[in-house]
Design a protein around this ligand. Structure first.
Ligand SMILES: Nc1ncnc2c1ncn2[C@@H]1O[C@H](COP(=O)(O)OP(=O)(O)OP(=O)(O)O)[C@@H](O)[C@H]1O
Ligand SMILES: [Mg+2]
Length: 238
């Protein structure tokens, strides 16, 4: 079976410093795949490269039958690859609804956009209550909901989430992870980058561990949850 996303020997450098040193991984349709790893391992760099915000120095990115390496970012979104970035990057002065609609900026089907706005509010009722509120006044957890909902507004084939639980209370983190599980159950394909390795591995069909620009380990989510080195390094166990 061909994968929805296939990354082959990808390298990315900032000037002379190579941040991603030849990684290969794949995401099949309908899967949740997670990338976990320490700070500075190259996870965000990888997602930025998939989105077309950074150019790879070598390697291949194949998505939905196309080579992405030389395709500009806005066309990559149009191909169905959506990115909810680390730090959320919502537009603070715009309302919740205006932020959501920006996620549909490439679309012209008013009815479909209205349906998807409704779906976003069903997924996140908190956003419906605050639809006319300036997004900058939302709590951190609500801003995360908005960043995810905005990414879903282009009806992506693949949703990339970069640290959705960052800085959230345990309860809000659970809520966000439950939403990821709900999206998976609804058939959304997800590439999830998370510091909370336990929650990410529990959800993931397949997982990759990144260390200083390389993939050091991979396996099913449950295999890695049982792996001694993962338990010590990422799950805080002795
Ligand atoms: N714009 C940049 N210019 C130079 N170096 C950068 C830049 N962005 C990231 N780096 C470096 O690239 C490496 C990988 O960073 P990246 O943000 O991809 O890591 P990460 O795995 O997402 O880490 P974290 O878990 O802390 O978010 C780090 O050493 C970082 O300092
Ligand atoms: Mg990061």
């Amino acid at each position: 079976m061909t994968a929805l996303l296939e990354v082959d020997d990808l390298r990315v450098a900032y000037g002379k410093v190579e941040a991603v040193k030849g990684i290969s991984f794949r995401v099949e349709e309908g899967q949740v795949v997670t990338l976990i790893g320490t700070n500075g391992a190259g996870k965000t760099t990888t997602l930025h490269t998939l989105s077309g915000l950074l150019a790879p120095s070598a390697g291949r990115i194949r998505f939905a039958g196309r080579d992405l390496e030389r395709i500009p970012a806005h066309q990559i979104v149009a191909l169905g690859l959506a990115h909810s970035p680390e730090g959320r990057h919502i537009f603070p002065r715009l309302t919740v609804e205006e932020n959501l609609l920006l996620g549909a900026f490439l679309r012209r089907d008013a009815e479909g956009i209205a349906d998807d706005t409704e779906r976003a509010y069903t997924l996140f009722p908190r956003l419906r209550e605050r639809r006319t509120q300036a997004a900058g006044t939302l709590s951190g957890g609500e801003q995360q909901m908005l960043a995810m909902a905005r990414a879903l507004m282009c009806r992506p084939k693949l949703l990339m989430l970069d640290e959705p639980s960052m800085g959230l209370s345990p309860i809000m983190m659970k809520k966000i992870m439950a939403t990821v599980a709900e999206l998976k159950a609804g058939g959304t394909t997800i590439l999830l980058v998370e510091q909370n390795a336990r929650a990410a591995l529990a959800l993931a069909d397949h997982a990759y561990v990144m260390e200083t620009g390389r993939i050091s380990l991979s396996g099913s989510g449950s295999d890695l949850l049982d792996d001694d080195s993962v338990r010590k390094a990422y799950l805080g166990e002795d």
